[in-house]
Design a protein around this ligand. Sequence first.
Ligand code: KIV
Ligand code: ZN
Length: 515
Amino acid sequence: MRKISVFDTTLRDGEQSAGVNLNFEEKMEIAKQLERLGVDIIEAGFPASSQGDFQSVKAIAETVKGSSVTGLARSVQKDIDAAWEALKSAEEPRIHLFIATSPIHMEHKLRMTPEQVIEKAVESVKYAASRFKHVQWSAEDASRSDFPFLAQIIEAVIQAGATVINLPDTVGYTTPQEIKRMFQYMKQNVPSIDKVSLSTHNHDDLGMAVANSLAAIQGGADQVECTINGIGERAGNASLEEIAVALNIRKDHYETETGLILKEIKRTSSLVSKLTGMVVPNNKAVVGANAFAHESGIHQDGVLKNKQTYEIITPEMVGVSSNSMVLGKHSGRHAFKTKVQELGFTGTDEQLNNIFKAFKDLADKKKEITEDDLFALMTEQTVGGETNHYELQALQVNYGSNLTNTATITMKLPSGEVAEEAATGSGSVEAIYNTLERLLDAPVKLLDYRIQSITGGRDALADVYVQMDYQGVVSSGRGTAHDVLEASAKAYLNAVNRTINRKKYAEVYGSKVEV
Ligand code: KIV
Ligand code: ZN
């Protein structure tokens, strides 16, 4: 079996998804989960793009040891220097350099001739190789590039010190047959190709990112770049979980293997969905809520007689648990601690005490506490480090189908004072949001509101996601609570607090450069 390296770019290309803005703790939490999932390389960000990206790449490189950590850089010295500062303490410093090679990008975006592009690529790779042991070089828009030119520039960057060559389908334009041919062409026409690993990176504009990644592997790619839940720029990137399971279930066909721990897939998917606010569609392959649901009577009958009649992937394989009770009201501290550690908790004693307290509160209201509930409480605690300028203290809602709905809220303000307000609305959530808006110092435009239950059952925890425009910044927020109205208020205030924190940060360090 040929080993395929898995390069996860959820924290870089995935974070470029519209409306996604992860903070430091959230990125760290995702990186630790990617390490548990067994990805070979984590692309943690783009260090030169902002001070925030720089710091998170650095911290992830210093913390994560089970996966190799890399950062993106344009072909300029300043980006390579920033990447080096962020990644030099990693066990095996690795950089990801890119420059566009397609005629349309070179002429209209870069305004450079092909010769100038080769010169710049070679110069940047040489400079990077004088510091980094691993230099990945990407030919942006490779799939729309002229193949003889691509072969020429690849040979030049290998001679300059590149160790991995990535050939992205940047705009999601290619097809499986074409991408396989592109890899085969480079294998046959680049003299030094055997000195490097070949990587594939695909976008999903025509819905073929996963198929293209698998075809590229058949054409000779040794590394596959992907994101959790397929999030990313525009229609997204190739989805890690689909590639991982396809390579595993169809080993007979692809004759390859990865080092991924497949049973961590579901939890990783849920974590990324929760922290990015990007909901996984019910019918999404491998991780969607219906991925293992058999609706037709004939199918159910078949599955009861022999699961393999209609089930090619078992839920257990990807960590979809039966979600039965794991702890209850009478569970002690020791059982609780063992369980959260099993779920990957590595936080401080103070955080553990807070989760235990939240668990006890929840156990008073909810009969069965499942792994998913515990994971939600754990995540709230480990990524809840946002400075709370506004803090919800009490919430009361008067609702009646024929009444004017009123919310009354007590809230701690940034000045430390406690204020109380009331407002009406055509529904409970609107009344809450109108009241909160009165307590803030600027109007809020709600752009998106979504609610999900964490488990089944009428006593489930509610998870609310909002996106809003506050003080001219689009931010998202999340809130988890046993009650949907409380979760709604928490999500709103979380978005407000995140906006204030982002603005303060940008005032000190400047805002992010986009690729
Ligand atoms: O899609 C793309 O081309 C990229 C590069 C920066 C590798 O994300
Ligand atoms: Zn990309």
